[in-house]
Structure formats: C-alpha cells, structure tokens
Write a protein of this length. Structure first.
Length: 264
C-alpha cells in the first residue's frame, strides 16, 4: 500500500560545503553569514559569486523552487543550504552555524550559552541593522528612497540622536558585565558569532552615519564597542576576508550613504 506520509528526513551528509543564497552586489544580511563562515574557515559557495547566482535567489524569492518535501519554502534571503537542509532568517542561520562552526561555547560546558548569544545577535540586528534600514525607508520598503526623503530625514535625525547611542550604550554595558569575561568579547571571554554580528552592524552604521559615529567614538562612552570592532577586524581570517574581493562594497542595501541623512 502506498504511504501518504512524507518521507522521513534523511540524515543528511553534513560534510558537504555550505551554500549561501543571497543577492549579489550588496553585503546585506548575507554578510553576517559570510563572516561566520570566513572566521571558521568553512568551505562554502555563495550566489554572489556563482554563475546564475541571482537566478537562484529569484527562484527562491518567487517560490519557483520545487517542493522537496522536507523544508518549508523560505520567504527571503539570506538562505542557507547544507545537505538536505534549507533554512532562512539571518539569526536562525547563525544559530545553526554557531554550533557547527565553534562560534558558541561548547554546549556540554555551557548549555544555555546559545540563547544568550542569540539574544545579543538579535538585539544588534534590531537596533543596528533593521532600524538603520528603516532610516532610509521609513514608510515602505517597496517605495523608492526619493518618495520618502522627508520622513527619512526625520527618522534618521531621531535615530542618530536617540536610538544609535542607546544601542551602543547597551552593548557597552554588556561588555562591562561580568558575563562578558576577559578580553574584548561580548560573552564568556571568547569570540562568538554575536561579536561578528556586532562588528558588521557597527561597520555598516559607520558607513551610513560617518559623522555621528566619529563623534560617538571621540566621545569615549562606547570605547569597548569600538575595541571589539577593531579586535574582530584584526582576526587573521576576517582581516584577509575584508581585504579580498569576496567582501562586497556597500551600495543600495541596508546601509546606504545619503549625505542629507548624515546627521552629527
Ligand atoms: N528577518 C529576515 C529578513 C530577510 C530580508 O528582509 N531579506 C531581504 C534582503 S536583506 C530581502 O530580500 N527581502 C525581500 C522581501 O522582503 O521581499 C532575516 O533576518 O533574514
């Protein structure tokens, strides 16, 4: 008798390279995934650099990938494919990679660490990635920037004055806490993927609001955040990656430079 039950999840061969599905031409949210893979020296392919890469992204976004019977279709990139697993949502991908790539403490020794690190990553993404995006697109993601310029100015002015210092102060507080441990890292005295996320967020915000970030750095109230930024940039594998062609330039993604939004 034919079974109507979908085939059980096969144990996938996890020794295959990771495959990142993300828009070519912008660092975007895909960058958080790249930094984790690069720091770990993991083998991966990336639609930013594969022939037909954009078509693969579009196929997922437009729902044209055949149903594999295992994975719910993803809504938006970044998407990570690993063996028969297909997952989306940046922090969710990082949660998966964090364990596999040694970017969270060993679960045997610190079983709750992954939830703490996830919270830090989610907070950085909330305040230093999603909110900056909404500074240039405060009304609707589907409208052009030019159609929401006045609102973007109001939003950016408030962001720079209130929200940006608030989130930097929060991370300064985390870095001053006992849970951060020794060294420049957010948790447990060792680098985790939350540090990589914060690095990328600070880098993007520096690109988008250079005047405000220079002033905040000079002000000295967030010295530990800027030290963490420097410490990540100096990690040998990250340093080599940042100097490579794989590190794409900011353009029309989450972090955009508009002179009129660069409030001091
Ligand atoms: N919360 C999701 C957001 C995903 C997202 O908005 N992806 C963007 C690119 S960074 C996209 O292509 N979105 C298509 C859409 O929203 O229609 C995540 O963190 O991965």
């Amino acid at each position: 008798m034919a079974s109507e039950v979908p085939p059980k999840r096969q144990k996938s061969a996890k020794d295959v390279p990771y495959h990142l599905i993300y828009w070519p031409g912008i660092p975007g949210r895909g960058e958080h995934v790249r930094l984790a893979l690069e720091e770990a020296g993991a083998e991966y392919t990336d639609t930013a650099f594969t022939d037909g890469g954009v078509d693969e992204v579009l196929a997922y976004v437009q729902g044209k990938i055949p149903d594999d019977g295992l994975n719910p279709p993803p809504c938006a990139p970044p998407i990570l494919k690993h063996g028969d697993l297909v997952i989306s949502q940046t922090p969710n991908i990082l949660l998966y990679l964090g364990n596999r790539l040694g970017l969270v403490p060993d679960a045997d020794q610190d079983p709750d660490a992954m939830y703490k690190i996830n919270a830090l990553a989610l907070t950085a993404l909330d305040g230093l990635s999603n909110e900056p995006h909404d500074c240039h697109h405060p009304i609707a993601s589907g409208l052009y920037y030019e159609d929401q310029k006045e609102e973007a100015k109001r939003r950016s002015e408030d962001y720079v004055k209130n929200r940006l210092p608030k989130f930097l102060s929060y991370f300064e507080r985390v870095l001053e806490s006992k849970a951060s441990g020794d060294g420049p890292w957010l948790y447990g005295g060792a680098l985790t993927y939350a540090d990589l996320v914060l690095f990328q967020c600070v880098d993007g915000v520096k690109f988008m609001f250079p005047k405000a970030m220079a002033k905040l750095e000079r002000g000295g109230k967030h010295a530990k955040v800027f030290q963490l930024y420097q410490a990540v940039a100096e990690r040998p594998k990250i340093k080599a990656y940042l100097q490579s062609d794989r590190r794409q330039k900011y353009s029309n993604g989450i972090y955009r430079y508009y002179e009129e939004l660069d409030f001091a």
